[in-house]
Design a protein around this ligand. Sequence first.
Ligand code: DOR
Ligand code: ZN
Length: 352
Amino acid sequence: MIRIPGLIDVHVHLRDPGQTEKEDFFTGSLAALAGGFTTILDMPNNKTPITTIEALKEKQRIASEKIVCDVGFYFGSLGENLEDFKVVQDKVMGLKIYLNQTTGNYIIDEKVFKKICEAWPKGKPILLHAEADVIEQMIEIAEQAEQRIHICHISSETEFQTIIKAKNKGYKVTCGVTPHHLFLTQDDEKKLGPFGMMKPSLKSKKDVDFIWKNLNYVDVIESDHAPHTIEEKNSDKPPFGVPGLETTLPLLLTTVSENKLSINRMIELCYENPKKIFKVKTDENTFVEIDEKEEYIIDNKKLFTKCGWSPFAGRKVKGRVKKVFIRGRKVFENDKLLVGPGFGKYVTSTLL
Ligand code: DOR
Ligand code: ZN
């Protein structure tokens, strides 16, 4: 048995309110506990995007009644709500901006991005969904505005090279990579069909190898937990996204057991760096006990996420979450939840 700090997933989509047929605050936060995460940060691309103070307050209210782990939120912007930025500063973990197409109609261009960078009070990061050649220009705009940015889910060698270059120049840029971009390739997409479709898409083995080889430039591993129902995925127009909260840690622990990653580096990527970058308050009595030797096969039927599937189903992993404690209270043990909805706390980060 080993003990690790309660992990922090800085990138999840819990779909509540608006699309609770896919996931809700209870099932999503329970999936987090089952996966060894005790704090998760939820994205603003809800059915009604979280771009107003009212929408944020309503989301917070709903969450506080349902969550079983700690949850923080990001604010969103299409450039129309700049005057709200100051008011939401102390209520959110950062600002999320989309520069490429994804779930929800939520895209802006570089001119709006510049305005947003100038308006966002300095301190908390701006997170970007930016792919391929869009990244370089956005990094320059953010740097000129002296904003800290976090590039979400890097997936290709070219994207990563751009970020490495910026980091080597001393820019205030961090980046995250998802487990699906670390453990799946384009070949898996052929097998998985719509269940292997997400944004950014899966890339070649060469890209995946490049990310592993340069993992020292990666700041965080973020699941991009993006549940969609099996029915939607099987439809003519399958939405993009895959769930990840329950598979991230076992996949990483398997890699640790193969000596491809050290446990300390894993903790850095899933706890220490998220804590530092997003200023997450933590508690020394929040921790996870793991049986690092137990092997099991990822099984759709055993998942807590409401969507009920995983692109990793059928995979053998080594390392299993046994118990989870939050602020000294045992909240999860052997696949059983031990607290009621509302036990989790709504978290905000501390300003610089
Ligand atoms: O595949 C994705 N799905 N990528 C995103 O950036 C958003 C997410 C979602 O919300 O479904
Ligand atoms: Zn996402």
